[in-house]
Write a protein that binds this ligand. Structure first.
Ligand code: C5P
Length: 276
């Protein structure tokens, strides 16, 4: 059984307040894009293993969100150990939800593989236990996300006419390969009194620039000037709107042309996607 867990981008992201549980209440719009991993469950086995292709080859299996999703279902529904094959294309530490999408896909796959007949709502509750943006990937449909990011409202949004250029530095100026989400949250000053993302998003895309704001950008752009360079390059190449996705470090540009001409060196991951 095979599936293709998609990546997401965030259109605007407001960090509203810090919560007593240590998380932050946010408001953001999440949109699935065609950049995806591939995840297969092949057979039951004496112990669960993940055969990795692409990146993260040396990360212990138990730390992978796919394993954590299997473990959660094994604890609650007594499913057997299985063998997974996971081919990674979504970069890690990018703000594109790669690990969360793999975990959500694991719930959906195992629900079918073991005929558990769990509803999507139950799968979303399980997903939210593994990560704040994980529930989004159960349906992978454009949604306004609130709370920690797990309270989802479906929205109508059609970006099918845009090419979505995704650009991420392979290495940050501090030597890291991506940005850690908790570190990014620690740099933001929450602020509640603003025009909600849900309102700004209803404007035409051509009016999003300077209105649709990702709160992570200000502190992250200060710490990593290379991100400023990516966003201005995307605008110079003709993007109607460009921003960082989530807590970074991936940025994206929306282009009205099918094949935007981008001029990034081999030090960058570059991918032209479509909205899914
Ligand atoms: O839920 P997730 O595992 O993605 O969160 C990773 C970390 O990011 C949390 O431990 C927390 O520090 C921070 N976070 C937050 N508020 C959110 C989501 C994440 O503070 N809404």
């Amino acid at each position: 059984m095979l599936c293709f867990p998609k990546a997401k981008i965030n259109l605007g992201l407001q960090v509203l307040r810090k919560r007593p549980d240590g998380y932050h209440d946010i408001e953001t719009v999440m949109v699935p894009v065609s950049l995806h991993d591939a995840l297969e469950v092949t057979k039951t086995a004496p112990r669960t293993d993940i055969r990795m292709y692409g990146t993260d080859l040396f990360v212990p299996v138990e730390q992978n969100l796919v394993f954590k999703a299997w473990k959660l279902l094994a604890d609650r529904h007594k499913i057997k150990p299985v063998i997974f094959h996971l081919a990674k294309s979504i970069p890690a530490g990018a703000g594109m939800g790669g690990g969360s999408s793999d975990a959500a896909a694991t719930f959906v796959l195992l629900n079918n593989f073991f005929r558990l007949e769990l509803s999507n709502d139950v799968l979303k509750t399980y997903a939210a236990e593994l990560g704040s943006d994980c529930a989004f990937f159960i349906d992978s449909k454009p949604a306004l996300a609130q709370g920690r990011g797990e309270i989802l409202k479906s929205i109508e949004l059609d970006l099918s006419n845009y090419a979505i250029a995704i650009v991420k530095p392979l290495k940050m100026s501090d030597g890291q390969t991506g940005i850690s989400t908790p570190v990014a949250y620690s740099l933001v000053k929450p602020d509640v009194a603003r025009i909600p993302v849900s309102e700004v998003i209803s404007l035409p895309v051509s009016e999003w620039r300077n209105r649709l704001i990702n709160d992570f950008e200000k502190p992250i752009l200060q710490k990593y000037p290379e991100i400023v360079g990516i966003i201005s390059k995307l605008y110079n190449a003709g993007a109607v709107y460009a921003a960082m996705s989530g807590s970074g470090s991936a940025c994206f540009g929306l282009f009205e042309t099918k094949n935007p001409t981008l001029n990034f060196s081999r030090d960058f991951f570059v991918h032209i996607a479509k909205m899914q």
